[in-house]
Each structure stands twice: as C-alpha cells, then as structure tokens.
Design a protein around this ligand. Structure first.
Ligand code: GTP
Ligand code: MG
Ligand code: ZN
Length: 274
C-alpha cells in the first residue's frame, strides 16, 4: 500500500493511507543504505507487519527541519520575545532557496512591539517583497489561509516564535505551545517532533524550533547565487563575489541603500562561515 508519512517520533512513523494511520518502522535496508524516511515522504508499506518497505522519489528535502516534499516554507520570525534576528532570517531564506523550497516570511508578535520597531518591520517587509519574497503577519489569518490553499507547507523558525500557535489558529487545533523560558538564556523547545496537520486543503507541518542554523556543505558561490538581489548585477567581473573586489555594482547598491545593508552584511557573514 502507498501512503504518506505525517508524523515521526524517534524510529516510529505514522503513515496515512486512505484516512487510516499505520504506525510503521523502517526496514533494516534503509539503515544500511544510510537513508532516513522523512515526514512528507510517500512510502510503500507492508500494512500487515507495519513496515516501511520503500520511499518514492522526493521532490525536495530539508534536514533542518527534517521534512520532504514541500512547496512552501513559512519562516516564522518573531520581532520581539525572542528578538528579531535578521541573521537567522537571511540564513533560513538562503538555506531554503538552496533546497528549492519557496521561502515566505511570517512576522509574529507585532502586538509586543513599539511604533519604532513596527516601522522597521514595515520597511523590512517592503524590501523583502521587492526581492520576490512574500511577507505576512501572523495576525492576518485570512490572507495567509487563502495564500496557502492547496499547498504542502512547512513552518520553520526560531524556538518560541509562535509556529505551533499559528497552526492552532489556522486550524482551530490544540497543539501544545508554551511560554519561552529564559533560564540559562536559552529558549525552551516546546515542539519536539515533526508532524503534518491537515487544515481544509492545506497540509502544514509543525517542526521543532532552533536558535541557530549552520549552512555548511555549500560553496560561497552557491550562497551568492541564492541572493536574488545580486543576480542582475553589472559587476566588472562575471564571477564577482561582491566582497573584496574594488569595482562592484552590488556594493554600490548597498552604499546607496538599494540593497538592504543587513542583507549584505549577513551575506558576508554567511560566506565567511562556510
Ligand atoms: N504576544 C504574542 N505572543 C505570541 C504570538 N504568537 C505566539 N505567542 C506566544 O509565544 C509563545 C511561544 O509560542 P509557540 O507557538 O509555542 O512557539 P513555537 O515556535 O512553536 O516554539 P517551539 O515549539 O519551541 O519551536 C507562546 O506563549 C505563545 O502564546 C503573538 O503573535 N503575540
Ligand atoms: Mg512549537
Ligand atoms: Zn560585485
């Protein structure tokens, strides 16, 4: 039988087949091949013995969070508690583009911000939209729901940003959410597994949050090419890294505020980390 993995807790996978759930373990061959089934995978199961026998080819996959076959990733970005981190946002955007998944920003916790911060977020929204990344606010549920219609969605982002809260509101669900704890200065992770929820015709996966993202395994050039605003440059050198080069049209656009300074600074930081 063919079905879709909708939940994973340690080595147990919930596979949905015709509205019925089978809790399956992967066959030993996957471990030998070093393949891990992912939530979102289409799989063939042995429903008598509760085994995953095969995984169908994936459209795309992510390892942070672990998920396969998604159209869109909502990057939940709180602007306060936890504080807005543009580095984490830009890293996630780059990471998703490198994995052929459409990044969409959803800002949360606008109710906790003062006017100055709200103006800043407004400016950021306009910039990100200008480079082709759609932006929503987590209190605009109607627009978001319309936008996500018929899509396979994963919700990703910082711990405590409000991922589970948003899914609860979209679907009138009751996933566990919690106050973030600042004990030891680290947020507490409330969601600990990946699970897909079906809300009308939207499939949306909740995932555990994180507070840092490591984009290793990619070259500096790949990261450069994942910056949409660098693509139509008129730099002197075709392979310009927009970094140490003297004549660089991208750096000029940063100086004249046509390219957001924080986006550029985060680019330099990301390529220095890989
Ligand atoms: N003021 C305010 N609080 C919010 C908002 N969205 C979520 N919260 C609160 O933020 C806290 C964390 O929300 P969660 O939904 O658990 O966050 P999460 O992103 O799922 O966190 P992890 O599962 O740990 O990754 C909860 O106390 C929520 O009630 C918002 O827009 N405004
Ligand atoms: Mg959560
Ligand atoms: Zn350049």
């Amino acid at each position: 039988m063919q079905g879709k993995i909708i939940k994973n807790i340690s080595n147990l996978y919930s596979v949905l087949v015709n509205n019925k759930i089978y809790n399956c373990k992967p066959r030993g061959k996957f471990r030998n091949l070093n393949i891990t089934p992912l939530v979102g995978d289409e799989v063939i199961i042995d429903e008598e013995n509760n085994y995953i026998l095969d995984i169908l080819p994936r459209k795309n996959e992510l390892n942070r969070p672990f998920i396969a076959n998604v159209d869109i990733a909502l990057i939940l970005t709180s602007i306060k508690d936890p504080d807005l981190s543009l580095l984490l946002l830009d890293k996630q955007i780059t990471f998703l583009i490198l994995h052929s998944i459409k990044p969409v920003i959803v800002f949360s916790k606008l109710d906790l911000a003062n006017d100055e911060l709200l103006n800043k977020v407004d400016e950021l929204s306009r910039y990100y939209e200008s480079i082709g990344i759609d932006v929503f606010y987590n209190n605009d549920l109607d627009s978001l729901k319309k936008y996500l219609k018929g899509k396979e969605v994963v919700i990703t982002g910082q711990t405590g940003a409000g991922k589970s809260t948003l899914i609860n509101k979209l679907g009138d669900l009751n996933i566990k959410t919690d106050e973030i704890s600042y004990a030891l200065g680290r947020g507490k992770h409330t969601t600990r597994h990946v699970e897909i929820y079906n809300i009308e015709d939207i499939n949306i996966a909740d995932t555990p949050g994180f507070s840092a993202l490591d984009i290793s395994g990619y070259s500096k050039e790949e990261i450069r090419d994942a910056y949409p605003e660098f693509r139509d440059n008129t730099c002197k050198f075709k392979d310009c890294m927009h970094n140490k080069e003297k004549e660089c049209s991208v750096k000029k656009l940063v100086e004249s505020n046509k390219i957001l300074k924080t986006r550029y600074d985060n680019y330099i930081r990301i390529i220095s980390e890989v």
